[in-house]
Design a protein around this ligand. Structure first.
Ligand code: ZN
Ligand code: FE
Length: 255
């Protein structure tokens, strides 16, 4: 399928993002997460698009509340592990599901940690990963249900995607995440220059999501728990990677 997908970022509620992807060759449109119906309906109407699919990442209200109003014939897709607490699914998926969305192969990744059963959707042909509250711009989701070991293994899974992948995460938390990252890693040159860009974007009201995975690799403390230079800065040179991750996550909770 030669036609590239169009990606639309839809701000919702106070700091959530929903995403639309559209294939102009087939006319298909998919929504990833539905924090609230109205802004998404408006984004669809202004483009003359109709939803073919709704992909859900996890069960929290700020990701599913708009599904009931928006579904209207669309195929609703979510994790089989979470089907009991998601809106009724037309297709329950797991990592073994062969899924095509908007004409693109769509890989389901179990990225448990924020919740158990949280999934990400990776469209390798489009260079897009929808990560919601797992990997976020300069951050990762809080551990409501999972263990640090689960979230660290989810980080490793996402980190293995191609570096040019656009990480479409669920919230505009980047400025707070940046301040936290800088508090741990103040001499990281890539982080310092990224924070300047984040500050400029936010002062202009521009979204910092999606972000590029390659930038996250250099700057996101939650992806760097096994980096020897970062461990040394934390005074944890001899600690296990997962223990460094757990420490960073616990520090963020207190920040
Ligand atoms: Zn959530
Ligand atoms: Fe959320």
């Amino acid at each position: 399928n030669a036609a590239p997908l169009e990606l639309v970022v839809v701000p919702c509620l106070s700091d959530n993002y929903a995403f639309l992807i559209h294939n102009s060759a087939t006319g298909e449109t998919a929504l990833i997460d539905a924090p609230e119906a109205q802004p998404i309906a408006d984004a669809l109407d202004s483009r003359g698009w109709t939803l073919s699919d709704i992909l859900i990442t996890h069960h929290h209200n700020d990701h599913i509340d708009g599904v009931a109003v928006l579904r209207d014939g669309a195929r609703v897709i979510g994790a089989s592990a979470d089907a009991h607490r998601l809106p009724p699914l037309d297709l329950a998926v797991d990592e073994d599901t062969n899924l095509t969305v908007c004409g693109q192969q769509t890989n389901v990744l179990d990225v448990s940690g924020h919740t158990i059963g949280h999934v990400a959707y990776h469209l390798p042909g489009a260079g897009l990963a929808f990560t919601a509250d797992s990997l976020m711009a300069l951050g990762c989701g809080r551990l409501f249900e999972g263990t640090p070991a689960q979230m660290w293994s989810s980080m490793l899974k996402l980190r293995a995607l191609p570096a040019e992948t656009l990480i479409c995460s669920g919230h505009e938390y980047t400025m707070t995440n940046a301040r936290f990252a800088a508090s741990l890693d103040p001499d990281n040159a890539a982080l310092i220059s990224r924070i300047e860009k984040v500050e400029t974007a936010r002062s202009e009201g521009v979204a910092t999501v999606p972000s590029v995975l390659g930038d996250e690799l250099k700057t996101n403390p939650f992806l760097r728990a096994d980096a020897s230079e970062f461990k040394a800065v934390l005074g944890m040179a001899d600690e296990a990677d997962v223990d460094v991750f757990a420490y960073v996550r616990a520090q963020k909770d207190k920040f």
